[in-house]
Design a protein around this ligand. Structure first.
Ligand code: NAD
Length: 401
């Protein structure tokens, strides 16, 4: 059993799918690990660290891939890269299959089996493999730090001989994994934090972090798997109206609201930005999937009427050492499900396997993707579990999870 780890090829991607510490564990379990030279460099993992961990370092991607049973990546490979993969290889990555139909076709043509970690069912047994959550944790932390950096004020309250400085007022919209981490980080920096989410379940989590939950008195929107359901245009308009005063009173607004399979909801309109004070900051973690702020641009900082709007793109890549460490742990835990007695032996009756599998030995088994490709309906990989919805195709081609 051989695992190949190649250098990520998407522009701006600094993460790597395997790190030395985790590679040592994988090697110990009987899987050989071949790493392309330089694959970990941007995440500060030098080739020598991989060698010390018992992995082999190959001079280029082709050498790392030669004889591989499984390829681990962070970002989806390109269709061209897949053309160089060994026949019938397995791939574990974020694939966002509906946004990368050419890639799915290329994987099917190679007879590959591909697992997309963004489709992982959110069940407790799969928590240690939940790469969306681990990377969202990084995103939320980075968002709060970015807000603090852009704000021309302190986050904490200061009582000094020169006078008292009040704490910054931070509003977090969307209190899922990223939002909760943004709350926790802003609180650690001393800000006064308020937060809002359409899911009623978020209230307790927000409060447990010492933030105040903003009650709008609207109907809550809970969907399957702990996710939110999309609101009607009327509900969204009402929400914007009720949140306008909260936004106007905040020094910082961090937005992280997402709906699986749909563009991100607009929570902060241009008019709401106009109502904010000179020097206020908005950090939009959902910029890659359309943006929660009407004025945000992915990967850009724009200033409108004195308000700085940061459209974060691939935030996890900006902290690649620990983002890669967590991702590699997710991959290694997922491998434990796929590997039996030193060989790939996926049990397609297992909902973790069937839920994540997009292509099985060349057949597209993820229903929505097969449909998008105009292929005949295929039973889900394992027969038992219906596939989890995939995140929406994003307007930014370099978008990542
Ligand atoms: P996400 O990234 O899809 O969305 C982020 C947040 O935005 C969610 O909390 C959602 O409710 C919120 N949101 C959507 N539309 C909104 C709107 N119009 N206004 C305000 N907020 C809005 O979600 P996520 O962070 O990946 O996960 C959401 C929840 O899923 C978690 O909080 C948790 O309850 C659950 N979860 C479960 C597991 C598990 O059991 N293994 C793992 C991770 C997350």
């Amino acid at each position: 059993m051989q695992l190949a780890v190649v250098k990520e090829s998407r522009p701006g991607e600094n993460r790597v799918a395997m790190v030395p510490e985790v590679a040592a564990r994988v090697v110990k379990s009987g899987t050989a690990v071949a790493v392309e030279s330089g694959a970990g460099a941007a995440a500060r993992f030098a080739d020598d660290l991989f060698r010390d961990a018992g992995a082999s370092v190959a001079p280029d991607a082709a050498a790392a891939l030669a004889g591989a049973d499984l390829v681990a990546r962070v970002q989806p490979p390109t269709a061209d890269e897949v053309a160089g993969y060994p026949d019938a290889v397995s791939v574990v990555s974020f694939l966002q299959p509906l946004a990368h139909l050419d890639l799915v076709r290329a994987l099917a043509d190679r007879g590959a089996t591909a697992y997309s970690l963004d489709l992982l069912p959110r069940i407790s047994r799969a928590q240690s493999m939940d790469a969306l959550s681990s990377q969202a944790t990084v995103a939320g932390y980075r968002a709060a730090l970015s807000a603090a950096e852009h704000l021309a004020k302190f986050f904490p309250m200061f009582m000094t001989a020169a006078g008292t400085v009040p704490p910054a007022k931070v509003l977090v919209m969307g209190a899922g994994v990223a939002g909760l981490q943004a709350i926790a980080t802003a609180r650690r920096l001393g800000a006064v934090v308020r937060a809002y989410d359409v899911r009623a379940a978020a209230k307790e989590e927000v409060q447990s972090l010492g933030a105040k939950f903003v009650e709008l008195g609207l109907e809550t929107r809970e969907g399957a798997g702990g996710y939110a359901r999309e609101q009607t245009p009327e509900e969204l308009a009402r929400q914007q109206e009720l949140l306008a005063a909260e936004v106007a009173a905040s020094d910082v607004v961090v937005t992280t609201a997402q709906i699986p399979g749909r563009p991100a909801p607009v929570l902060v309109t241009a008019a709401m930005v106009e109502g904010m004070a000179d020097g206020a900051v908005i950090v939009d973690v959902a910029a890659d999937s359309g943006g929660n702020c009407e004025l945000s641009r992915p990967g850009e900082e724009v200033t409108v009427g004195g308000v700085t709007i940061v459209g974060m793109t691939n935030p996890a890549s900006s902290m690649p050492t620990h983002a890669s460490f967590l991702y590699a742990r997710n991959v290694a835990n997922f491998l434990e499900v796929l590997v039996r007695d030193g060989a790939l032996a996926p049990d397609f009756e297992d909902e973790i396997v069937s839920g994540t599998c997009v292509v099985r030995a060349g057949t597209v088994v993820h229903g929505p993707t097969a449909e998008a490709l105009g292929l005949p309906a295929t039973a889900p990989a394992g027969g038992g579990t219906s596939p989890t919805p995939t995140p929406a195709p994003t307007p930014n081609p370099e978008a990542s999870t």
